[in-house]
Write a protein of this length. Sequence first.
Length: 261
Amino acid sequence: MPSGADNGSVDQLLTVRRWRRYGADRLFVTQETGARVGSVDLQSGEVVVDDPELEDRLREAAQEYLRKDVTELVLPMPRQPFDEPMQTAMEAWLGPREPDDERTQRGASLRKRLERLYAEGWHVVHDVPLGRQGSVLEHLLIGPGGIYTVAERRHPGSLVRVHGRNLTVDGAATGYLHAARMEAQRVQGLLLAAGCAEVRVRSILVVQAELETDGVPDPDGTLVVTRTLLPAAVRAMPAALEPDRIAALANVARQRVTWAR
């Protein structure tokens, strides 16, 4: 493990993994502790940062990974901020950094909305590491209405239209609903393997966009909502789980070993 010579402390290491499934292509960056630094969508260029102070580190790690062309990359996290040429190169590739207050609000908004549901008997687990391939579930929601994976896709200023099992962004088809269903099925399988009998996991897709839904929603499909409508949609779910069952499932979901299969 690399070590810092200037102050005797050990450098933190970052791990970069690529995830290419269900039409998605992303890089996930994590710390040694397993805590997620963030992700880069290699198709849209969207950068999602869990800690705003680590955005530069995330961008550099992603760029280094693509230069190396490897399956997984572990590298020390630099302490010094980027100089101006490096920052300019990063912005040319992934776009400029957002102002700190806007970035923090964007990253925290969905988490806060989910965590407000605690008072109504819901539990939420963030950044669930699924298996050993670098795949990370953004949020897992467990409560009176059942068990749901929750993912967010940001398309500000765009029109998202849902018709049955198809979702388009400004008329262009996406694989979002298929990916959400596959993610829910994977979570369900892992919970069953962990001893949680008769569990059913569904998915919620939160979109940051103008949303239109055509026809009657599929009761067994992915629930697509905006951030604003999410709390009301969750509260409207019919009761499916008792409090004791919810607490037991949440406890299993918070165990890392549950997902390391």
